[in-house]
Design a protein around this ligand. Structure first.
Ligand code: NAD
Ligand code: ZN
Length: 356
């Protein structure tokens, strides 16, 4: 098992990464304060892993409330959140009740937000079960739900007590979901660590087939990078924006095609290829660097060819991204592999890339 420590101004917590951590009572014990634990998961993950986690917690003698949500991004909304609150209140969960999120980013985001709100804030533990959740969404404290008028528009910053990432559970993850997680791993290397980027290139086949050692190392380094960036900028005012590399284009693809057509990680993978093209267009990187990134995205079984939406539509969608400021498109660009920065890019430069 490897541990990455997240050191924030007001709170520090461990991310434990390794195989079969779901069975390790001692990893959960220090983080369960009160007498009650609420295990929150979804209908797909419950039959796979909930019984195991329940028996891991059993020796601790806590009262256990189990809440099973419907699966899917479509349920990351107010009604599901309220369903959690109703269940917690009818079961008389108190202010010391610890919520445990067992699932992917959807379960993690909604459980974290429920923990931020319930009785003005209760502790929670992330047990991420997708690669994307292990390397990205479970780390950093962003929690939330969608509104019909926008994705992730309601939420709070609420840090978990611990993240327990059991890499063995990834064996049941569909291949497409695994590739989507690899996109965020490649992103971490591209924005912050050239040596890690090289390492991903040499281990991409091992990562594709879910090799244990390679996966643990990739999750560790990605979490470390995210933890460092978040520690430097907890509330997303500066450096944290770099984590959005590939995301402005990716967001346009997700919305332009209609949510659900491409997975978030697929759109981000393609978005990184587009951001690299833009970086080359601006004379920041050479074509060999751009090709390296594109090859790695392709090797991770992610799309590299941008869907045709038309440059006007792309620009429109990129502008309404909540991460951009009014009338200006802030793009995350590469200076080289391992170093990214934010720059405002004029429309005509973007058009050249979008019509290429
Ligand atoms: P997800 O939670 O929808 O999980 C993907 C699918 O895999 C689901 O059907 C799920 O039930 C299933 N699944 C999960 N674990 C499994 C396992 N071990 N075996 C078999 N099936 C399994 O999707 P995701 O990609 O994990 O997360 C996406 C969500 O994360 C989005 O809502 C996004 O907004 C959010 N997100 C949040 C942050 C953040 O900082 N909070 C960052 C990135 C993404
Ligand atoms: Zn992302």
């Amino acid at each position: 098992m490897l541990t990455v420590n997240v050191d924030l101004a007001a709170h520090a917590y461990p991310i434990h990464i390794g195989n079969h951590l779901l069975d390790r009572t001692e990893l959960f014990a220090p983080h369960l304060m009160g007498s009650t634990v609420a295990l929150i998961t979804n209908a797909t993950i419950e039959p796979l892993y909930a019984a195991r986690l329940r028996s891991t917690l059993a020796p601790l003698g806590k009262r256990l409330i189990q809440i099973v949500l419907p699966d899917g991004e479509a349920h990351k909304h107010w009604e599901t959140l309220n369903f959690i609150f109703t269940k917690l209140l009818t079961e008389r969960a108190d202010r010391k009740t610890t919520l445990i999120a067992l699932g992917g980013g959807v379960v993690g985001d909604i459980t974290g937000f429920a923990a931020a709100c319930y009785m003005r804030g209760v502790p929670f533990i992330q047990v991420p079960t997708t690669l994307l959740a292990q390397v990205d969404s479970s780390v950093g404290g962003k929690t939330g739900i969608n509104h019909p008028l926008g994705k992730n528009m309601l939420g709070a910053f609420h840090q978990p007590q611990a993240v327990i990432a059991d890499t063995a559970v990834l064996r049941t993850l569909p291949a497409r979901e695994l590739a989507a997680g690899l996109a965020e791993i490649i992103k971490a290397g591209a924005i912050a660590d050239a040596v890690f980027f090289d390492w991903i290139e040499t281990h991409i086949d091992a990562l594709n087939r879910g090799d244990e050692t390679a996966t643990i190392e990739a999750v560790r380094r990605s979490c470390e990078i995210k933890a460092q960036v978040v520690a430097a900028d907890e509330r997303e005012q500066g450096r944290r924006a770099l984590l959005n590399f590939g995301h402005t284009f990716g967001h346009a693809i997700e919305v332009g095609l209609g949510y659900g057509r491409w997975l978030h990680g697929e759109a981000v993978g393609c978005g990184m290829v587009m951001a690299a093209a833009l970086s080359q267009q601006l004379g920041l990187i050479d074509s060999a660097t751009r090709t390296r990134l594109k090859r790695l995205i392709a090797a991770a079984h992610l799309p590299t060819q941008a869907p045709i939406l038309g440059s006007d539509r792309y620009l429109d969608l990129m502008r309404v991204d909540k991460k951009t400021e009014a009338e200006q498109i802030n793009c995350i660009l590469l200076k080289r592999l391992g170093e990214a920065f934010v720059m405002r890019v004029p429309d005509h430069t973007l058009r050249a890339v979008l019509t290429a």
